[in-house]
Ligand binder design. Sequence first.
Ligand code: ZN
Length: 396
Amino acid sequence: MILTMYTRYASAALLLFMSGQVFSAGVPIPLPASGITLTSSGELYLARSQDPGFLETLAKFSVVAYKRGRTLIVRLTSDYASLPADIKSGLRIVTMDEVYNAPAGFKVSEASRPEVRALLAKVSGVQLKNYAETLVYAGKRSAAQLDLKNGSGNKLAMDAVAGFFKGLGLKVERNCYKVRKFDKECNIIGSRAGASPGSRIILVIGHMDSVGYENAGADDNASGAAGVLEMARVLAGYNSDHAFVFVAANGEENGIIGGYACAEELRKNGLMSRLAWVINMDMISWNKDGVVELETNKEYLEHAEWVSALATTYTTLKPHIATPAWGSDHVPFLEAGIPTYLSIEHWEAHNPCYHKACDTLDVLSWGYASEIVKLNLAVVAGKAGLTPIDIKLGER
Ligand SMILES: [Zn+2]
């Protein structure tokens, strides 16, 4: 184990070296791409948003110290105290030993199990697309738009998800955390009990809100919310020793507000300590090269390697691992010490319409999204006992 961890960090250091961005105390650091020379003094900050507008403003106050895939680390060129509030809240101090960003190392392998293959065969790309379509055509889905009488796509999305969960036989709850002018901002939660009252819980989350363009936010994140619904639909055909909580989160684009509210609710209800595993899907349907990114924190690298092994055994995906985590609904759970990862499209080649009005349905790949849903179901099958509910022909 220690040797394995050492090898991982050695390879991360090698990557840093290869990219020309070497960090060593007290030594000037040349950055060939930009021609800027930095000293290693001063704090490093992780960008917790990659919204194009945020990055444009951030560039006025900082220089890039490290950039690979989802990991953007900057040094400030202005005093932290003088930064605009939204830039401050989008940064956190980071150290380079938190950073790992490379294809999975394939340190472990997983044998193929026929019963898992049977489970994964139930995933439907058509169903995924149908769920996503319903959300996209709800209209403007930003939680911030809930107080506009004519722009309540967010409310329609909440209602639609609640209807889908109910149709799957789940217990439906509105985890409302903010009152808007004409409505309440809520996460929609569908849950089912496990074999006993104290059963461990697997929580699957994906945000249903968007940045607010009309009939957009298809990849970000109608696709991930559809993934949550599809996992709930497939698992409805199975009994399990584990309880399941499926969350369509709200307000993610306004600072992971729904994700934090959900974590708080679980803490209040004494359920947080029963969480065995959390799976997040955010942007799972733009495919350039078949790579899936698994993002977590350093302490869960081994878990990410295990998920990567499942990807190789059960899917066509090529896994890439990134730490540390930022900017989606897995973060509140990582901060609570729960093993958690984000599954997301390859960030080096991510959707060019990210946070733009052109993030529409027509360019998405539901075959690729299906592979990511299959991977996450393989993770569930690796953690929970699942028994198919035997429905004889004609019973339902
Ligand atoms: Zn998103």
